[in-house]
Design a protein around this ligand. Structure first.
Ligand code: ZN
Length: 316
């Protein structure tokens, strides 16, 4: 085999995935996560489902991940009753009480560890868009004003005909985030949702407001949050564009663990093999790394010719 060097060009964005106790499969957090750190994983995202029966286990895993030195990002709860609709009007108190325990949980960690991102969904419902938009802005303003170490990123959502969803288009996200006037506010660019909405071009100002990225694939039968095995989401193009413009936020592989297990079983693999393969792909793309895949060693390599302008000290 020819000589090669593994290049790790300077990288400013951080790689991670959505973490949950079910990933461990009987291993300790360290046994599961330390090999992933070798693949470049430095940040883990947790959904703040604090009313779920799993929450005590999730919370103790959050503690272990912090002790292992991983950075965290959070996803605000969004299922069931969680919806900022009504926040700019009479329902504000009720909505605030609903979200407060989860937001405060994230804020306590941010106060100890330093500023961290919390992904939020905009308001949705059948009320006029203008009202839902005011609710969303008021909700984000509440987080910004009351929790100085939280950086809310409003997520690009999938458009649906039957419901008004704030954030189901990129232009609206630019207007909302620009209107908040805070450098801590940003956009979570979900590249899977982006593809489901037709991969429309980003409007002016969008890219520079992206503070957080979710990546997942869409299966041939349309199931979202699939691992990156179908090629239905052009994530490479978007990630390279972000990296080129100096993106410094997190890139989170946001996959459904059950789907990963199912696809892994169909291919005779372990779920963690699919996870690792996906993370390697994302590491390569976000490093702007050129080169090839060394099957024997299971990692990417870049040769002298592969990385223009970079010279390895060991290559002479
Ligand atoms: Zn997402």
């Amino acid at each position: 085999m020819g000589r090669y060097e593994v290049f790790k060009p300077s990288r400013r964005c951080r790689l991670g995935f959505n973490m949950h106790p079910k990933w461990l499969g009987g291993r300790t957090a360290g046994e599961f996560l330390l090999p992933l750190r070798e693949l470049g994983v430095s940040v883990l995202e947790f959904t703040l489902d604090i009313s779920s029966p799993d929450w005590p286990e999730v919370s103790s895993l959050i503690g272990e991940c912090r002790r292992l030195g991983f950075l965290l990002t959070f996803h605000a709860p969004y299922k069931g009753p969680y919806n900022p609709a009504g926040f700019s009007g009479a329902k504000r108190g009720e909505v605030e009480r609903l979200y407060r325990p989860a937001i405060e949980y994230a804020a306590r960690i941010a106060d100890e560890d330093g500023p961290l991102t919390i992904v939020v969904h905009g308001a949705e419902g059948d009320r006029p868009r203008g009202e839902l938009r005011r609710d969303t802005s008021a909700f984000l303003t509440w987080i910004l004003e009351e929790f100085p170490n939280l950086c809310p990123s409003i997520e690009l959502l999938v458009r649906e005909e039957s419901v008004n969803k704030i954030g189901d288009n990129k232009a609206e996200l630019v207007e909302i985030v620009s209107g908040l006037g805070s450098p801590r506010a940003g956009i979570c660019w979900d590249l899977g949702h982006n593809a489901r909405n037709g991969s429309k071009p980003a409007p002016p100002g969008f890219i520079r407001l992206v503070r957080h990225v979710h990546v997942h694939d869409i299966s041939p039968d349309g199931v979202d949050h699939s691992p990156l095995i179908f090629g239905n989401v052009p994530y490479e193009k978007h990630l390279r564009e972000l990296v080129r413009t100096g993106y410094e936020g997190a890139v989170i592989l946001e996959v459904n663990g059950y789907l990963v297990s199912r696809f892994a079983a169909a291919e005779g693999k372990l779920p963690s093999q699919i996870l690792k393969g996906n993370l390697r792909l994302l590491y390569r793309v976000t490093s702007q790394e050129k080169g090839g895949w060394n099957h024997q060693e299971g990692r990417f390599f870049g040769g002298e010719a592969a990385v223009e302008g970079m010279k390895s000290p060991a290559s002479n």
